[in-house]
Ligand binder design. Sequence first.
Ligand SMILES: [Zn+2]
Length: 308
Amino acid sequence: MEMTAYTYEVIMREIDRLLLFYPFLEKTAIGSSVMGKEIPALKLGNGSRQVCYSGAFHANEWITIPVLLQFVEAYAQAVAAGEALYGTDARSLYQQVTLYVIPVVNPDGVDLVTGALTEGAYYEQARQIGAAYPEIPFPDGWKANIEGVDLNLQFPADWELAREIKFSQGYRTPAPRDYVGEAPLSAPESRAVYEFTIAHDFSLILAYHTQGEVIYWKYKDLEPADSRRIAEHFSAVSGYAMEDTPYASGNAGYKDWFILQFDRPGYTIEAGYGENPLPIQQFPEIYARNTGILTGGMTEILQNPVEN
Ligand SMILES: [Zn+2]
């Protein structure tokens, strides 16, 4: 991976390179961003069990993008060479599981934070939104999509309660973070993830974020079958702690909705520690801490005794 800011241009160049090197890797588009950028998904594997990993819901958490792309490359390389993927036979995994990776849910926001977007009507609108929240650094504190909607507060899992909580915290209008939007799934990026998820049959999802080195694994008191065991495995291989989602951010997230809707294991992985955006220099350590989780999302679901 390049030790550089993952602008949309860099992301698509990396994906094109991977597609060229590994012809069995497939790319689809799950939808488009507000500014019309294609939101890509990569597909790897032929198995009947499907899992989905996603990253960069939040603009200033873009370091999750190279984490996911590096894993795709490691997996593809292991399949091509007939080698092990972090201790697991890659070709066997490939036949049993189909992995989908959505490296960047929020491409417009990522371009804003990485400095790739510095002019034009959308930039000006974002700058004005930011000016209404002067306590949040611009653009470094920007988590939302380019129109100021937090893409991880958009899912139909007690969205009204999320709105009530965030309104009471002062986020009543488009904002750099924490604005829930006018309605569930009103942002095209969240809707794309929702529809892609509905259209598949995922046994497990991982949603990558970057704050605090913890694993959020429940929605309220809902605990899908086998989700605790898998969370314990993730915690053991990463050193990240299992935690309950804090009350104020415990609704309307992607993993919340996934658990509520499907009663299957869904996880928010908070990789890394420090102030977002985390410097790219943290990438090697974050990646090393997460190879066990990324591999385990596939191997552990095969151990799930529950017939989904
Ligand atoms: Zn986040």
